[in-house]
Design a protein around this ligand. Structure first.
Ligand code: AMP
Ligand code: GLY
Length: 423
């Protein structure tokens, strides 16, 4: 089949590599893609939310399935855009409907959904400009640290955690009155701080059936020892060693099944990935957040462990046949280490030539922020590459990724040398 993949990061290179290697894939296009996706498919210069252009392209190239990488097209309703257009409605779209995408698009919606379906999560309340006085009083009833979340999408920056009550009150005012995160912070969720260790679990559902994909843990902070600013993710490990059988049974019973039942009861069409951000408090799982897509860099450790044909798996998801699929997982561990441009997540430079990519490798080098210029691969983003390796345990896999990174160079390259340090 002809497939269109939307996105341009390491996640999309991981999807593209696996989709293109399927015998079921006739032609793979990536919009807009990067220099890595260009090695396994054909990049096209269309933005991920340019729905009219996407439509025209799908008709012209006889696309049969659209796979959506990032959240934005989903939260903007790409599922309905296809479903409700006579010319597009026969094209499979892997992803949730608009209402399903609200699980990520609105923290308030997600919290209320969890409350309705008795899914364990931090205690919370939501406030707007009109109810700011109640919000300030609510903060006084909470204990530090204070967790404030912009309701809408804020490019991963909308969560602020503060130790001091006065600072928390000032932040609430900035978010609600000055719209610090624009429209996204017109509503703010204040929630109880949970202390524990985080991990992510990924579910693929066709609305009726589901498959649990490998767990992963990502490392969000720029600095070693989980210090410094938050980033998109500096590395990841799969599986997560502390997510043992008894813990995962709790996740299934208390979180996955109630989430899927909740979607069904509320008549929410959902044929795609659910990324559940979890925190393990004592021995119990709590939901920190839902995302309606795969994670980046989690995808770079989850997909390489999936041995089932990815086109078959996603086609079955979109067609409602997931029960007919036998999901086969590589028992080995996967790790990925992300190489970034110096300065990221603050200001950084682009256009640096990357060398050492064409060596023989025992790893998989996924491109994130790269592009091609005059036959050379250059940096084109903060997160530049994600180097994934597989081995019998995550420590051995990590050694391979670090060996590979020794061969790769670009000006001001930086990566964390302690991925997995807390496991
Ligand atoms: P989110 O965007 O909701 O994933 O939040 C970003 C990060 O903030 C999470 O990965 C956690 O590290 C942290 N966080 C969010 N909510 C809480 C909470 N209730 N308790 C502790 N940490 C939290
Ligand atoms: N790595 C976290 C995310 O994709 O949201």
């Amino acid at each position: 089949m002809n497939i269109l993949l939307l996105g341009s990061g390491g996640r999309e290179h991981a999807f593209a590599r696996q989709l293109s290697s399927s015998p079921l894939c006739k032609h793979l296009y990536i919009a807009p893609g990067n220099a890595g996706t260009a090695l396994v498919g054909e990049n096209i210069a269309i933005g991920v939310t340019d729905f009219p252009q996407i439509k025209q392209f799908c008709l012209e190239k006889k696309i049969e399935m659209v796979v959506v990488g990032p959240e934005e097209p989903l939260v903007k309703g790409i599922f309905e855009f296809f479903l409700e257009d006579k010319e597009l409605s026969s094209i499979l779209v892997v992803g949730p409907s608009l209402k399903g995408a609200l699980l990520e698009g609105s923290k308030d919606f997600a919290k209320a959904f969890m409350e309705r379906h008795h899914i364990p999560t931090a205690r919370y309340a939501s406030f707007t400009k009109e109810t700011i006085e109640e919000g300030l009083s609510f903060l006084e009833t909470m204990r530090a640290p204070y967790v404030l979340k912009a309701d809408g999408l804020a490019a991963g920056k909308g969560v602020v955690i503060l130790d001091n009550l006065q600072e928390a009150k000032a932040e609430l005012k900035r978010m609600l009155l000055e719209e610090k995160f624009g429209k996204a912070s017109q509503r703010v969720v204040i929630e109880e701080f949970l202390k524990g260790i985080e991990l992510s679990c990924f579910v693929l559902t066709d609305g009726e059936h589901f498959k649990i994909l490998p767990t992963a843990k990502d490392y969000k902070r720029i600095g070693e020892g989980d210090t410094g600013l938050n980033t998109g993710g500096m590395g990841a490990v799969s599986p997560v060693p502390f997510a043992d059988k008894s813990f995962m049974e709790k996740v299934l019973e208390r979180i996955i099944i109630p989430t899927l039942k909740g979607l069904k009861i509320e008549c929410v069409t959902y044929r795609g990935f659910i990324f559940i951000g979890l925190i393990k408090v004592g021995d119990d799982p709590f939901v920190i957040e839902y995302n309606v897509r795969m994670g980046d860099p989690e995808t770079e450790v989850v997909l390489p462990r999936i041995q089932t044909d990815l086109v078959e798996l996603l086609k079955a998801t979109a067609e409602g046949n997931l029960n007919k699929i036998n999901l086969s997982i590589d028992p080995r561990s996967a790790t990925t280490v992300v190489a970034v441009s110096g300065g990221y997540p603050e200001e950084y430079q682009k256009g640096k030539v990357i060398s050492g990519l064409d060596n023989e490798t025992e790893s998989i080098v996924f491109h994130a922020g790269t592009s091609e210029k005059d036959g050379k691969i250059i940096t084109n983003g903060g997160r530049v590459l994600a180097v994934t390796s597989l081995d019998n345990n995550f420590k051995e896999a990590l050694k391979k990724s670090y060996r590979e990174l020794e061969k790769i160079h670009f000006e001001n390259i930086y990566f964390r040398k302690d991925i997995g340090f807390d496991l």
